[in-house]
Design a protein around this ligand. Structure first.
Ligand code: S3P
Length: 166
């Protein structure tokens, strides 16, 4: 089995769902943002501020290429991973991709006290989430093999539904 990949906007639940899915499948859980932070020795937010977004996207592309060639795992990706065509191709061709979809309003409710996401450190984060959703929803759909509606169901129920699709 290759990678089981989770994509979606920040706050969609990629890490929480991914950890539980990995436990159920007895696979390692890998978070591409965590791998990047471990290698950088600093937070993504700090790196973004110092080096800018394109430098982060270059690193992210290299890490995703590497992780999707590696041993089977459940791979959670950063919300912007689908921005690069090479990532969309690698994720879709090398993995089974689940898009965790959530409405911008739900994401805003989950993230309103979060200070770790560089793209949301703006005056109007809900507006930013709506813009990100409009720009990225088509890219998530293009990359995914399955769309999972997050929203009301518990994490356990979402994982149960995902397992049924494997
Ligand atoms: C980003 C999302 C973040 C992280 C970086 C950029 C984005 O990951 O990769 O801050 O462009 O949406 P999460 O989706 O885990 O927050």
């Amino acid at each position: 089995m290759s990678a089981i990949v989770l994509i979606g906007l920040p706050g969609a639940g990629k890490t929480t769902v991914g950890r539980q899915l990995a436990r159920r499948l007895q696979l390692p859980f890998v978070d591409s943002d965590q791998v990047i932070e471990d290698r950088l020795g600093c937070t993504i937010r700090a790196f973004f501020e110092r080096e800018g977004e394109p430098a982060f996207r270059d690193l992210e592309e290299a890490v995703i290429d590497e992780l999707t060639r590696g041993p089977a795992c459940v791979l959670s990706t950063g919300g912007g991973a689908v921005l690069r065509p090479a990532n969309r191709r690698h994720l879709r061709e090398r993995g089974r991709v689940f898009y965790l979809r959530a409405a911008p309003e739900d994401l805003f409710r989950r993230l309103r006290h979060d200070r770790t996401r560089p793209l949301l450190q703006v005056a109007d984060p809900l507006r930013r989430l709506r813009e990100l959703y409009a720009a990225r929803d088509p890219l998530y759909r293009e990359t995914a093999h399955h769309v999972v509606e997050t929203g009301r169901p518990s994490v356990t129920l979402l994982v149960h539904r995902m397992l049924a699709q494997l």
